[in-house]
Ligand binder design. Structure first.
Ligand SMILES: [Zn+2]
Length: 180
């Protein structure tokens, strides 16, 4: 590289400010995607520790918590079959992986519910266009029943599950907002 090229390279390097300590860093050293705050690596560590103490569970990023909240909303608002037909299953592996980090009894319960629902959802998709054949219609109907029952199972544990992550489940939030 020519000297002049090196200079222009250095000059184009973007700086970013950490929202917590206010120091400037090269953009690549600041995490600007996982949290609402832009955090340098030192402040990110502190931030994780603080949230862990506050929430009493394994360190998760804001983004990961958002995904948990997203699925809670999908199931409680649109129903288990609602999110399955909404192409939301693409992120289901991320969701399961996030819950596996803490992997407590309630996480395992929720993972099992969503796995069962996903399998039943795939089964339903495979068969839904051939329901003119009675045997296939039977399989498709059974898958739908399984999906519905997964939805009910989630509803039963939703409050405990979301509270355990320091959040509120969608139905509780909804009920509180309309002042019931
Ligand atoms: Zn910082």
């Amino acid at each position: 590289m020519l000297r002049k090229d090196i200079y222009s390279f250095v000059e184009t390097e973007e700086l970013a400010t950490c929202s917590v300590c206010g120091n400037e860093f090269e953009e690549t050293e600041i995490n600007m995607t996982d949290y609402e705050l832009d955090l340098c690596s030192t402040c990110e560590k502190d931030h994780k520790i603080t949230s862990t103490i506050q929430r009493g569970y394994t360190m998760l990023t804001d983004k990961e918590l958002e995904l948990i909240s997203h699925y809670d909303y999908q199931v409680l608002n649109n129903g288990m079959s609602g999110w399955l037909s909404n192409h939301q299953y693409k992120q289901i592996f991320d969701f399961v992986e996030i819950l596996s980090k803490r992997n407590s009894a309630i996480d395992q319960k929720v993972i099992a519910i969503f796995k069962k629902a996903t399998i039943s959802g795939m089964e339903y998709l495979q068969h839904k266009d051939s329901t003119f054949i009675p045997e296939i219609k039977e399989i498709a109907d059974e898958s739908l029943i399984d999906i519905e029952s997964c939805g009910k199972q989630y509803k039963e544990v939703a409050t405990e599950f979301m509270n355990s992550y320091g959040m509120e489940d969608y139905l509780t939030k909804f009920t509180n907002n309309i002042g019931l």
